[in-house]
Ligand binder design. Structure first.
Ligand SMILES: NC(=O)c1ccc[n+]([C@@H]2O[C@H](COP(=O)([O-])OP(=O)(O)OC[C@H]3O[C@@H](n4cnc5c(N)ncnc54)[C@H](O)[C@@H]3O)[C@@H](O)[C@H]2O)c1
Ligand SMILES: [Zn+2]
Length: 359
C-alpha cells in the first residue's frame, strides 16, 4: 500500500502519496479528484517519452475521458515566458475551463511551470503534482511555490498555489540518471542536517544502496524528507521566516551556480558544496562542531556530490555573495548548523565571510 502524508493548511490541505507502481501511486490518489474531469497534462519531452503511455492508462483507470497533453522541451530553459505562453495557448485551445484540472507530470521544472499556469489561468484552476524526480518528490512538489525565470534571475515571477494532491511513484526513479538522483539526495542530506539526525544517520548507513535505489529504506527516506518540507511549509506557508532554514547550503549554493554560469553546475552539486562550505565556516567560527562538518563532507562524497571549490571559484564566490538578496546591510544571513538536526540563522559580517573564502 502507498504511504500518505497529510499537509494541514486548512482549506488548502492536501496529501502527499508515495507508492510503487501506477495503481497505488497514481490511480488511487488521483481518482477522487479527477474522475469525470477535464484534465490537461503538462510534461516535458523526456518524461513524455518514458511515461505518457503509463500515465494515460492510469488516467483512463481514474475515469478521465480524454486528457489533453502539453509537452514542453526538457530542462530549466522551459521555465520561461515563451514556454509559459505556449502552455497557455495549449490549455486554452484544449478548452480547459474553470472546472478543468492541470496535472504536472515530471520534475521541478514542469511542476513550477505547470503550477504557475494553473495559478493564473482563469485566475486559478486546481492542479495536481505527479513528481518523477527525487528532487521533486522531496522538495519542489511540496509547498505550493510555482513560477518561471526571468533573464534577470531565477524564479522572479511566480505565485503560491497549493496542489490538491502530490502523487509520487517511486518506481519512476529507476529511469532517472544517477546524477539527477544525487541532486535529490543533496536536498535529503540538507533535511537531515536542519532537522533530523536520525535521517542523516540512515543516509550514512545506506548511502550507496540508496543512490542505487536498492535500499528498502528509500520509501522511508522520501517520506521523512517530504514530511520535513511539509512541516516547515505548514508553519510558514508564505515564507515569513522559518522557511529560511530550508536555505541551508543554498545561499552559497546559489552563488556558486551563478558564478559558474547557470547550467555548468547542477543545483545539487552547488548545494552540496554550499553546505560543506557553510559547515566549515561554522566550525571556524565555533558555531558548528568540526566533527559535523567532516561527516557532512564525507556523506556528500558518498552520494557522488562535490565538496570543494578551486581557489578561483572561491574568489568569484566571495565577490558574488554581496549581491544576494539575503544580504542586509553589511551582513549576510547564513543558515548555520549548531548540531546535527538543528540550525540557526546567523547574520555574519560580509567582510568576514569574504575574507574566509579568499584566505
Ligand atoms: N517550487 C519549489 O518549491 C522548488 C523547490 C526546489 C526546486 N525547484 C525547481 O525545481 C527545478 C529542478 O527540478 P528537477 O531537479 O526535478 O529538474 P527537472 O524537472 O529539469 O528534471 C531533471 C531532468 O530529469 C528528467 N526526468 C524527469 N523525470 C524523469 C524520470 N523519471 N526518468 C528519467 N528522466 C526524468 C527531466 O526530463 C529533466 O531532464 C528547478 O527549476 C528549481 O528552481 C522548485
Ligand atoms: Zn535546493
Amino acid at each position: 500500500m502507498a504511504s500518505t502524508l497529510a499537509i494541514d493548511l486548512g482549506e488548502r490541505s492536501y496529501r502527499v502519496v508515495v507508492g510503487r507502481g501506477p495503481e497505488e501511486a497514481w490511480v488511487e490518489p488521483l481518482r477522487p479528484l479527477l474522475a469525470g474531469r477535464r484534465v490537461a497534462v503538462v510534461t516535458d519531452a523526456r518524461v513524455s517519452e518514458l511515461y505518457r503511455a503509463a500515465f494515460d492508462a492510469a488516467l483512463g483507470a481514474v475515469g478521465v475521458g480524454e486528457a489533453s497533453w502539453h509537452i514542453v522541451p526538457e530542462g530549466e530553459t522551459s521555465k520561461s515566458m515563451e514556454t509559459l505562453a505556449a502552455v497557455y495557448d495549449g490549455l486554452l485551445e484544449a478548452r480547459l475551463g474553470r472546472d478543468g484540472w492541470v496535472c504536472a507530470l515530471g520534475g521541478g521544472v514542469v511542476g513550477d511551470l505547470a503550477g504557475f499556469a494553473a495559478a493564473t489561468l482563469h485566475r486559478g484552476v486546481p492542479w495536481v503534482q505527479v513528481p518523477t524526480t527525487l528532487l521533486a518528490m522531496v522538495d519542489s512538489a511540496i509547498g505550493g511555490k510555482t513560477g518561471i525565470n526571468h533573464r534577470l534571475g531565477k524564479n522572479l515571477i511566480g505565485a503560491f498555489h497549493q496542489p490538491r494532491v502530490v502523487a509520487a511513484d517511486l518506481d519512476t526513479l529507476e529511469t532517472l540518471p544517477r546524477h539527477e538522483r544525487a541532486n535529490g539526495f543533496a536536498e535529503i542530506i540538507k533535511y537531515g542536517v536542519i532537522s533530523d539526525a536520525a535521517l542523516f544517520e540512515v543516509l550514512e548507513d545506506e548511502a550507496e544502496a540508496l543512490l542505487a535505489l536498492s535500499s528498502p529504506r528509500l520509501l522511508d527516506i522520501v517520506l521523512a524528507s517530504a514530511r520535513i518540507k511539509a512541516e516547515v511549509v505548514v508553519r510558514d506557508e508564505r515564507e515569513a521566516g522559518l522557511r529560511m532554514i530550508l536555505n541551508f547550503g543554498h545561499t552559497l549554493g546559489h552563488a556558486i551556480e551563478r558564478t559558474a554560469g547557470f547550467g555548468s553546475w547542477s543545483h545539487g552539486q552547488a548545494v552540496a558544496v554550499g553546505m560543506v562550505l557553510v559547515a566549515a565556516l561554522g566550525a571556524e567560527l565555533g558555531l558548528t562542531p568540526a566533527s559535523l562538518s567532516a561527516r557532512l563532507a564525507a556523506l556528500c562524497r558518498r552520494f557522488e556530490l562535490p565538496t570543494e571549490l578551486d581557489p578561483a571559484h572561491r574568489a568569484a564566490l566571495a565577490g558574488a555573495i554581496g549581491h544576494d538578496k539575503k544580504v542586509r546591510g553589511e551582513r549576510v544571513q547564513l543558515v548555520v548548523a549548531k548540531t546535527l538536526g538543528e540550525v540557526v540563522v546567523e547574520p555574519l559580517p560580509l567582510a568576514q565571510v569574504r575574507a574566509w573564502l579568499t584566505r
